[in-house]
Write a protein that binds this ligand. Structure first.
Ligand code: C5P
Length: 222
């Protein structure tokens, strides 16, 4: 059977990874979380002592980085030079580092082939910011998944609270608005809806309803 590519783009906190992972499980596709790859590069850059904003400091770090995704029991793990960093990359600081490194053309070029190669090997659901516009412009299905900043901040806040992170809702909302601004206004592969993408707004939907809406869009091409 021909492999199928599903591109899901949208701002942070819209539920992309949860929904994409669930849809991939239900449909038997491989889930590829490209945000995790940017976060991993952010972690490597942070560990190398590069400060946020020091773009020139990123380039010398790149040659020493290998980012791989591995799948155990259907769960995606992100490896930085063989080390499983799946949990370490899920902090507010790494969100900032991911956004910082992702604006650098060399970083995007570094990940482009890896992401395209994954989609060649098997049917994938890939989520990110530029999957439908840059990485997989010929994807069979494109979805732009979004929600209001308030709804997204509320969800992310609850998630961080459960993990014991000490943040306020206002801080999470401010970070989210800043990250939206950075992601949509950068020169390199800015976040935008592809012309042929289907818009799914989850502001008023439960997680279950959002999953059903996304799955219904994908099933149209199966
Ligand atoms: O999706 P997630 O919040 O984990 O992504 C972290 C950051 O990585 C985003 O805020 C964005 O700046 C960047 N990113 C990107 N392109 C992608 C995926 C993520 O620029 N395809």
């Amino acid at each position: 059977m021909k492999s199928i590519a599903v591109a899901i783009d949208g701002p942070s906190g819209a539920g992309k990874s949860t929904i994409a992972r669930a849809a991939a499980g239900r449909l038997g596709f491989v889930y590829v979380d490209t945000g995790a790859m940017y976060r991993t590069i952010g972690l490597a850059v942070c560990r190398a002592g590069v400060q946020l904003g020091d773009t020139a400091g990123i380039l010398p770090v790149l040659p020493g980085i290998e980012v791989n995704l591995s799948y155990e029991d259907g769960v995606q793990h992100v490896l930085l030079n063989g080390e499983d960093v799946s949990d370490l990359i899920r902090t507010p600081e790494m969100s900032k580092y991911a956004s910082f490194v992702s604006a650098v053309p060399e970083v995007r070029a570094f990940l482009l082939d890896t992401q395209r190669d994954m989609a060649k090997k098997c049917s994938v659901i890939m989520d990110g910011r530029d999957i439908g516009t840059v990485i997989l412009p010929d994807a069979e299905v494109k979805i732009f998944l979004t929600a209001s900043p308030e709804a997204r901040a509320r969800r992310r806040y609850l998630e961080l609270q459960q993990k014991g992170e000490n943040v306020t809702l206002d801080e999470v909302l401010a970070d989210m608005i800043q990250r939206d601004r950075d992601d949509t206004t950068r020169a390199e592969a800015p976040l935008r809806q592809a012309e042929d993408a289907v818009l799914v707004d989850t502001s008023e939907l439960t997680l279950e309803e959002s999953m059903d809406a996304v799955e219904a869009v994908i099933r149209r091409v199966l």
